[in-house]
Design a protein. Sequence first.
Length: 304
Amino acid sequence: MKKTNVLRIAKFGLVLTLGITLSCASENDADPTLEAITPTSITNPTNRSARTSCNETRFPNLGPGATRGQVSGCNDANSPNNIGRLDCRSPHTFGGYANVGGGFGRYRITGSTQRFDGTRTRVERFFNRVDRSRNASSTLNYNFIIDEVSSGLTCIVQAHAEGEILEGEREGQDARSAVFLLYVRKANRRDSRGREIYIAETHESTTPFTNLNRGVRTRTFFRNITQGVSYNLAYQTGYDNSSDMLAESTITISGGGSTQSKTLEHTYTSESVTTRYGAYEACDVCDDDQFQIRIRNVQFCRNN
């Protein structure tokens, strides 16, 4: 076993021992319908020279699962304020994407027992994958305001692992789910002005979900978010500069008087990774089943 992996496993074990995180998994954790395209095999990852491009204009087509799960009336705007391919699977009575004032794109979803080709309700955008290579990554920046949160969890950004696992946990199996997600949920309290307080937490697949086995997610408090307040999100996912080109993600949110940042050195590395953002899943069976987020000034940069 490589020294780098030994150190990472030891570090992960210490975190669990201290009780900082807890494991969680739900029926939708392994969601192969998210894969927009089939990654090509990468047997000899390259070390390309550093290059950054922030002019992404071509986006992937929806995969067959996403196409089958589309809801009538859940369509994209003709000239959307936000970039990326829209994957819209939510009851359209309160669901879908729309351009709204201030240059925002509004994402609404409604929780439901209905499954859209096997997945829960979602209105998200996504980009072409980033293939494994030294320092290869994608960076997403946007300004957001959360207006409403259901009584369940909702993901607002995620890194979806794709292809064969080339390093770390369950090496040789095919990755079938997100390696990292940022979820938002109610804190069941309000601030002095009566605005709801929400909890943002990271969910990392520390044991990957694959074509052969279910996995385990580690769930950790990240920061508080206040209803109706403007925040800036900066998110990067991809591969580090080591000779092993190991997977890692960094999330930073500033606003509301503070800045919080976290870097996750993932326990496994897949052939490629795809970024998705918007709104994914809400409370399925409860009176409070709606989620709404507004997003603007979206910038997506591809490194290498």
